[in-house]
Write a protein that binds this ligand. Structure first.
Ligand code: BJW
Ligand code: ZN
Length: 238
């Protein structure tokens, strides 16, 4: 049987933490940031997901987000998202740490969810700080404006910006306390998220990676399972 040992580990652990990245939503049709399909027009994520890019050209950055929001709105959670809900339902202690802003874990039904990089459906005013949820896509106006007249920005975390402090602290705690730590569909290059698997390992967790490719963590994790998350995760729970 494939992955038997990992299946046993998941079945017997009472504290599980999971870190997900863009790869878990790939099979829902949402492009990842890096690798094949990671380009939008001629731009890399690193060119767009920064406060500097937004200051220079808010319209361009919003066009990228508006395009992504359209794809996400049309997408559905996949078998990988659903398997993580099933895993949460079996466990006393379970934390799902995600770098994704797409909301597909929420839509699948995950409850103890820690969003490290914010939420693409939230807009925040750069003038008065007001936050609101905006589910419409495409946006009526790009870039969108707050009722106060200020320019709104996406409620996400860009390069050089701090992650939400309390959420990061909870993620670090979950990584430290986990018996089993799953790293799924992330290139593991963006910090501090990428460091959480190492935090878990140092604290004694068994670390399991699921990815279609090798990453910087592959050579030191306890198990690295190669393949699409939407195929492998359901197999681990069956
Ligand atoms: C599949 C699959 C399938 C495909 N099944 N798998 C320490 C060292 C070096 C640098 C730093 C450091 N600490 C901080 C930094 C700076 C920076 C950083 O990490 N830079 C590195 C890139 C060098 N970090 C930050 O700036 C962070 N802030 C911070 O640390 O504040 C304090 C500070 C500031 C300045 C200096 C020092 C400290 C903030 C990071 C914010 C990242 N934001 C983004 C955009 C979010 C909003 C949006 O979505 O638009 O977050 S960038 C983008 O990358 C997004 C993602 O969440 C993030 C990670 O990407 P992810 O999820 O891993 O996706 P991919 O595409 O990279 O990989 C997909 C993977 O899936 C691949 O491996 C595929 O093989 C796999 N895959 N299909 C399974 N079907
Ligand atoms: Zn405002």
């Amino acid at each position: 049987m494939p992955h038997t040992k990992v299946r046993d580990l998941l079945a017997s652990a009472s504290r599980i933490a999971v870190l997900t990245g863009a790869g878990i939503s790939a099979e829902s049709g949402i492009p990842t940031f890096r690798g094949a399909g990671g380009l939008w027009r001629k731009f890399l994520a690193e060119d767009l997901a920064t406060p500097e890019a937004f200051a220079r050209d808010p319209k361009l950055v919003w066009e990228w987000y508006d395009w992504r929001r359209g794809l996400i709105a049309a997408a559905q959670p996949n078998a990988g998202h659903r398997a993580l809900v099933e895993l949460e339902n079996l466990r006393k202690e379970f934390a799902l740490i995600t770098q994704n802003v797409d909301g597909l874990h929420d839509r699948a039904g995950s409850r103890n969810l820690l969003k490290l990089h914010g939420d693409i459906w939230i807009q925040r005013c750069t003038t008065c700080g007001a936050q609101r949820n905006e589910a419409r896509t495409p946006l009526e106006e790009v870039p969108p404006r707050c009722p106060c007249g200020g320019l709104e920005r996406p409620g996400v975390v860009w390069f050089g910006e701090s992650l939400p402090e309390e959420i990061l602290a909870r993620a670090q705690r979950a990584a430290t306390q986990a018996e089993v730590f799953l790293v799924i569909g992330t290139s593991a290059v963006v910090y501090p998220g990428a460091g959480l698997a190492g935090v878990a390992k140092s604290a004694g967790a068994t670390v399991i990676e699921i990815n279609v490719e090798e990453t910087p963590v592959t050579n030191w994790v306890d198990y690295s399972l190669r393949g699409p998350a939407a195929e492998i995760l359901p197999q681990l729970l069956s």
